[in-house]
Design a protein around this ligand. Structure first.
Ligand code: EPU
Length: 336
């Protein structure tokens, strides 16, 4: 039986520590528990908000209806030739999964160490770091229809992954609950060390654990630990601009980081753009731009979502005025 809790404080359940109360809350640990909660929510006509680890959401002060956090903790491995398939429940903590698989010598997730959040949320924004995205290792996603309660698998192609994007942010937003992932891992050495200075941080012929540990070190150098300073990782997406616009900017800023993409586009570094505007380390009231990584907004305490969005809006405006590029927030805005 899954307990329905009334009037729950979610302030400590989101890594930005935005104050939030929800009318009802449930954290089902089994599929039947989840289906029972969904049935109850439908009967009572409660709006449903799905939560994972709370590391990529902007919560309102009052959330109506029910917040459901799928908390399935199961995971198992199946051999498949030189590969291994991991089946992982939505409630498993992402980083602990990465480390457990790396300790077993399995390749695939090591570059994605120390990303906060739960496995069920990982496909929604196609988490990525150090040259690897979830879509590179994901075989499929098991989902339950929020209205129908039906269970089905979706393969990688039908998830429509893009940069920090998937079908779960669009057509399937709030229509399905992600319950399980299938990930393909390899026993064969397959290090991917081309991003930044990662290669120089690992020994020759590293094992997956050495790569994961190096990624943890790099992240800890730049990114604030949400346990110590509230934040949601990158607050802005890295913008895509036309090659022509990138070329014009490069004339003025020859050192600007830029990454050519398909379809005549170039990806720029939002952190660099914000940094160039002199905003790094700046603070207004409860919110600030992190002093070591301009892409991260930190919450010093006492603020709420409205103030955060105003602060982010001012950053967007300054960058727009200077570079004619409109930054887009990366965390999901949860409707009240
Ligand atoms: N930069 C600056 N100043 C800054 C921050 C960055 O000049 O304050 C420059 C860096 O020197 C570098 C470039 O901007 O030349 C890119 O910076 P970095 O390598 O730190 O990566 P990023 O683009 O800022 C992205 C992801 C991170 C991920 C890292 C590593 C997005 C929005 N962010 O950051 O993801 O960990 O690459 O792969 O794509 C997250 O999504 O929460 C996240 C942390």
């Amino acid at each position: 039986m899954t307990t329905l809790q009334q009037s729950v404080d979610l302030t400590r359940s989101n890594t930005l520590r935005l104050p939030c109360h929800v009318d009802w809350y449930a954290a089902p640990q089994t599929l039947s528990g989840l289906q029972a909660v969904m049935h109850e929510a439908a009967n009572r006509r409660w709006p449903v908000t799905l939560l994972g680890g709370g590391s990529n959401v902007l919560l309102p002060p009052q959330l109506h209806g029910i917040a459901i956090r799928p908390s399935f903790q199961h995971w198992w491995l199946e051999s498949c030739g030189n590969d291994v398939v991991a089946y992982v429940g939505a409630g498993v903590n992402w980083h602990s999964l990465v480390m457990r698989l790396a300790e077993r010598g399995l390749w695939g997730l090591e570059n994605l160490a120390l990303i906060p959040g739960n496995c069920g949320a990982a496909p929604i924004q196609n988490i990525g770091a150090y040259g690897v995205e979830l879509k590179d290792v994901l075989l499929g996603v098991q989902v339950v229809g929020l209205k129908s309660g039906n269970l089905r698998w979706m393969d990688r192609v039908s998830c429509q992954f893009g940069y920090r994007d998937s079908i779960f942010k669009h057509q399937l937003a709030d229509k399905v609950v992600i319950t399980q992932l299938a990930l393909r891992l390899s026993r064969q050495p397959a290090p991917r060390l081309h991003y930044g200075d990662l290669a120089s941080r690992v020994p020759a012929s590293p094992n997956p654990l050495a790569v994961a540990n190096a990624v943890c070190t790099i992240r800890q150098e730049k990114l604030p630990d949400p346990q110590q300073l509230a934040n949601a990782g990158s607050f802005f997406k890295n913008p895509l601009v036309s090659n022509a616009q990138a070329a014009r900017l490069l004339q003025t800023y020859p050192d600007m980081p830029h990454f050519p993409q398909p379809e005549g586009l170039t990806k720029l570094a939002a952190g660099w753009l914000i940094d160039q505007c002199g905003l790094k380390g700046g603070r207004e009231g409860a919110f600030g731009v992190h002093e070591r990584q301009a892409l991260v907004i930190v919450h010093f305490g006492g603020g709420d979502r409205r103030e955060l969005l105003q602060f982010a809006g001012r950053i967007i405006q300054v960058v727009l005025d200077r570079f004619n590029i409109e930054l887009e927030p990366e965390p999901r805005l949860i409707q009240a």
